[in-house]
Design a protein around this ligand. Structure first.
Ligand code: HEC
Length: 145
């Protein structure tokens, strides 16, 4: 039997790298990671945003998610619609942040967004020209961010 310390250096390290990758990969994928990579730069890790500049994604979004137009809006705001991730991955991020940060305001019987629903919203308008204007129409009793 060949002792591992007699193998050339590369042959010793490659299998170990493969094992480490296989162990780490599941933790490096999924909506939480996509949120941290693509959204948290502006909205911050806990979703609180920056008053006056970036709206909070923590707390009131469940009320927007209560209507079809509001669900559509969530996927069409520029930061969401233009994120370099698939429709399925964006739906997963939106569902994750609704459940993680907005559970208290979600409507009863909330149905998670599907990839095809998000695809329709994104296809309708990849760029939402005036998000704040639409937000005031959809959500008249809200305060601006
Ligand atoms: C470059 C900064 C930036 C990034 C990155 C970003 N956003 Fe935003 N987001 C904003 C700003 C600013 C607004 C306010 C609307 C506008 O002006 O685009 C907003 C609005 C929103 C809203 C509407 C909130 C409300 O109360 O009306 C949602 C939902 C949202 N973003 C989700 C996301 C998601 C999900 C991601 C990641 C996939 C993301 N954003 C990435 C800056 C960003």
């Amino acid at each position: 039997m060949t002792r591992i310390d007699r193998l050339p250096r590369r042959r010793r390290e490659l299998p170990l790298a493969g094992v480490l990758f296989a162990l780490a990969a599941p933790a490096l994928a999924g909506p939480r990671v996509d949120y941290l990579l693509h959204c948290a730069g502006c909205h911050l890790a806990d979703g609180r945003g920056s008053p006056g500049a970036v709206p909070s994604l923590a707390g009131p979004l469940g009320r927007i998610a209560a209507s079809p137009a509001g669900r559509d809006y969530l996927a069409r705001v520029p930061g969401a619609a233009q994120a370099p991730i698939s429709d399925e991955a964006l739906a997963a991020v939106l569902n994750w942040l609704l459940l993680e940060f907005n559970r208290e305001t979600l409507p009863p019987g909330f149905q998670p967004l599907s990839g095809s629903e998000v695809a329709r919203s994104r296809a309708r308008a990849r760029v939402l020209a005036d998000p704040l204007k639409l937000r005031r129409e959809l959500w008249p009793d809200s305060t601006d961010y």
